[in-house]
Write a protein that binds this ligand. Structure first.
Ligand code: NAD
Length: 257
């Protein structure tokens, strides 16, 4: 399939799943806008690498997704916005009664509220172009819960709800909105959870990966960023034009349990 002529903005895409999605969208022909809160030569080099390898135009635009104006400005600066992938996310693991308020606020802002602002700014552009796709990266934790991840789970359930509402508000237009719900994908975000989890359960690294992280993933394998990218490209295809307001799990069977 070809996404030639489409511009995709992927929030939080200088690493992990967002970067994998940017690569797959570019391979499918889309021009891509990478984003994060930093603004380093390495960030811009990621975009240059995608341009060079795929022949599409890839740009890096700095914007902090914890800031409402910055979220809206990202969409403005990008020019076109045919495909919006709300992917930026952070995690913090702690029991509710000692969960730091500033971590709760940051997780809700970056993982949920940013998608409200970017979607609000993107929909008029999609309507003007007569086509649009909003893909929200939720989680298996948008459909189920685990202890010690209250803010993340609240935000991910929230983004599933936001996806449904966005879909209903655009249902009669050539615009769709869906949420992808990955299980565990080995990215820097997951890597960062390993030391805390090792300490909490008194286990070694491999034991944590197999017995804790992949315990609920019946495939016993991590999903890959390429698979998440491929799922996003599918949601941008004509075959997916009537798929809207739903969730697609890429979780090795987690939510079937
Ligand atoms: P990651 O840490 O590799 O990527 C997170 C991205 O968000 C990075 O590019 C980071 O720079 C960016 N980011 C963080 N704070 C930001 C801010 N204030 N402004 C702009 N960008 C910011 O992690 P990942 O695993 O690739 O996570 C990507 C998304 O996938 C997240 O929403 C996460 O919740 C979701 N997810 C991940 C997994 C997994 O197993 N890795 C599973 C389910 C869902």
């Amino acid at each position: 399939m070809t996404l030639n002529g489409k511009t995709a903005i992927i929030t939080g895409s200088n690493s992990g799943i967002g970067l994998g999605i940017a690569w797959e969208l570019a391979r499918a022909g889309a021009d891509v806008v990478l984003n994060s809160f930093s603004d380093t030569p390495e960030d811009h080099a990621l975009a240059a690498e995608i341009s060079q390898a795929t022949g599409t135009t890839a740009r890096y635009i700095q914007a902090d997704m914890s800031n409402a104006e910055a979220c809206r400005a990202l969409i403005g600066k990008a020019g076109r916005c045919d495909i919006l992938v709300n992917n930026a996310g952070i995690q913090h693991v702690a029991p509710i009664d000692s969960f730091p308020t500033e971590k709760w606020d940051a997780i809700i802002a970056i993982n949920l509220t940013s998608a409200f602002h970017t979607t609000a700014a993107a929909l008029p552009k999609m309507r003007a172009a007569g086509w649009g796709r909003v893909v929200n990266i939720a989680s298996a934790h948008g459909l189920t819960a685990s202890p010690y991840k209250s803010a993340y789970i609240a935000a991910k359930h929230g983004i599933v709800g936001l996806s449904k509402t966005t879909a209903l508000e655009t249902a009669e237009e050539p615009i769709t909105c869906n949420a992808i719900c990955p299980g565990y994908v080995l990215t820097p975000l997951v890597e960062a959870q390993i030391p805390d989890t090792m300490e909490k359960y008194g286990m070694g690294r491999e034991e944590v990966i197999k017995k804790v992280m992949l315990d609920r993933q019946p495939s016993k394998a991590f999903a890959t960023v390429g698979q998440l990218g491929g799922t996003t490209v599918f949601l941008c295809s004509d075959a997916a034009a009537q798929i809207t307001g739903t969730t697609i799990s890429v979780d090795g069977g987690w939510t079937a349990l």
